[in-house]
Design a protein around this ligand. Structure first.
Ligand SMILES: *Cc1c(COP(=O)(O)O)cnc(C)c1O
Length: 474
């Protein structure tokens, strides 16, 4: 029931004092023509209304949430405590530097640790999301080529397994995108890569482990091929969960990277943010970084890099997300960070091995932090699609994995358990996955109907996307 349907005329809870200044109405032309429809409801009922809605939603705190390529991990509550400190929340971005030394230290420390983890030299915290970081990184690549008078580099190479934001960001930055096909095993085809690089190559965008959850063992050769033709290597580090503290993009031959603090570094996400997509780079690109960087040791100051590309967001990015990330880094420390990665990889391989006798794996080898299954054969045999399986999982109390991504695997389901899930939770989920598969064989029709236990059942997703009804119809 919508809040408008609970509305009763004349009810409400505002107790404002009577107006004691003359009323001034805006000019006729600025006044609204239609009556303002607001729900009229008591505070008690309103509070219950939102609590009821909150109970209908499903989050990481409710149960298993294995959304691949998203790293839905537990967000430690101490992060929230730190991000809620008035010393961080009650400041103004225009305050003099001398009065915000603590905040500058947070940014500096976060930069230092994240550069250490990624093998980069400098990092900006300004971008607000992963895709925003990609765009920023590409502008750095562009500024670099142009600063050398090299204007012929118009192409960015992106493997066909890439996250959709990669080609989109490259296009936004004014590049044309060259897609290189992956091999059987999901890794970059070196021959095909060699065939497309040249004088017009501005750079390459790559995720490793790639979007099918595998570590590309040819990575050094790949980044060499790009460097040899004068290009720059961009690392999409949205999901660093398998490799942080283990292997560094900087050592794999990458020159510029972004991270998703709202995935790997434990800020809650979903629901639209706020996020943070810091961009790190090697020394030769640092002079182009956006906004200001924190400099100094005793007295910290803000300094704009010499040939900065300018601002990509206001002020210092989503600062409180950086506070959360730093808290996470300092809580785990040098030993805890690689341990989190090892557990992420262990969990994914555990689940994969407990499912692979019935669920066909898209790539049957040791995976990193996530694995991909294909429902293609199942669909041919029973009519049950990846979507049906996902909906069946909802009825059994777990959030579905990522569906229909990566695009190179048909009827894909991509599972990322994350390192914070216990063996018991995974065992329960494995049981559910196996039960659903049996349903698919014995009672395929029931899965076409799923979910049946949720507040709304199977939705017409195409209709919802094409003709969304986003306002209450009076
Ligand atoms: C999530 C993700 C992105 C995009 O990050 P946003 O913060 O959603 O913009 C880019 N690349 C990969 C591999 C991702 O998983």
């Amino acid at each position: 029931m919508l809040v408008f349907e609970k509305s009763k005329e004349g009810r409400g809870f505002s107790s404002l004092p009577a107006c004691d200044v003359p009323e001034v109405l805006p000019k006729e032309e600025y006044r609204r023509g239609l009556e303002l429809h607001l729900p009229e409801i008591s505070e008690n009922d309103l509070s219950r209304h939102y609590t009821e809605l909150a109970k209908k939603s499903y989050g990481v705190n409710d149960g298993f949430y294995p959304l691949g390529s998203c790293t839905m991990k537990y967000n430690p509550k101490i992060n929230e405590d730190m991000a809620g400190l008035p010393q961080f929340t009650e400041i103004h971005p225009l305050q003099p530097e001398s009065t915000i030394q603590g905040c500058l230290e947070v940014i500096q420390k976060a930069e230092e640790y994240l550069c250490e983890i990624t093998g980069m030299n400098r990092m900006t915290m300004q971008p607000a999301a992963g895709a925003h970081g990609e765009f920023t990184g590409l502008l750095l690549i562009k500024a670099y080529h142009e600063s050398r008078g090299d204007h012929k580099r118009t192409k960015i190479i992106v493997p066909d397994s890439a996250h959709g934001t990669n080609p989109a960001s490259a296009t936004m930055a004014g590049y044309s995108v060259v897609s290189v096909p992956s091999m059987e095993d999901g890794c970059v085809d070196l021959e095909k890569l060699r065939a497309v690089v040249g004088e017009d190559t501005a750079g390459l965008m790559l995720t490793n482990p790639n979007t099918v959850g595998l570590f590309d063992k040819n990575i050094l050769e790949i980044t060499d091929i790009i460097h040899e033709c004068g290009g720059v290597n961009y690392y999409d580090g949205a999901n660093l969960n398998a490799v942080m503290g283990i292997v560094r993009p900087g050592d794999m031959g990458f020159d510029v990277i972004h991270l998703n603090l709202h995935k790997t570094f434990s800020t809650p996400h979903g629901g639209g943010g706020p996020g943070s997509g810091p961009v790190g780079c090697k020394e030769f690109l640092a002079e182009f970084l956006p906004s200001v960087l924190v400099e100094g040791t005793e007295k910290l100051t803000l300094k704009k890099p010499e040939h900065s590309i300018g601002e990509v967001k206001s002020f210092y990015g989503n600062f409180l997300v950086v506070v959360r990330a730093l808290t996470y880094l300092m809580t785990l420390g040098k030993e805890g960070i690689p341990e989190a990665s090892q557990n992420a990889v262990l969990n994914a391989n555990y689940m994969m091995n407990k499912l692979k006798d019935i669920y066909p794996m898209a790539y049957d080898e040791v995976c990193m932090h996530e694995f991909v299954m294909s429902m293609e054969e199942l669909k041919k045999g029973t009519g049950v699609s990846a979507l049906d399986i996902a909906k069946g999982l909802v009825d059994n109390g777990i959030h579905p994995p990522t569906m229909y991504f990566p695009l190179i695997v048909h009827e894909a389901l991509m599972v990322e358990p994350t390192e914070t899930e216990s063996k018991e939770t995974m065992d329960k989920a494995i049981k559910v996955f196996r039960k659903i598969y049996n349903f698919a064989i014995t009672a395929p029709d029931s899965l076409h109907q799923a979910p049946v236990t949720t507040p709304v059942t199977r939705l017409d997703e195409v209709e919802a996307a094409r003709n969304p009804v986003l306002r209450y119809q009076f």
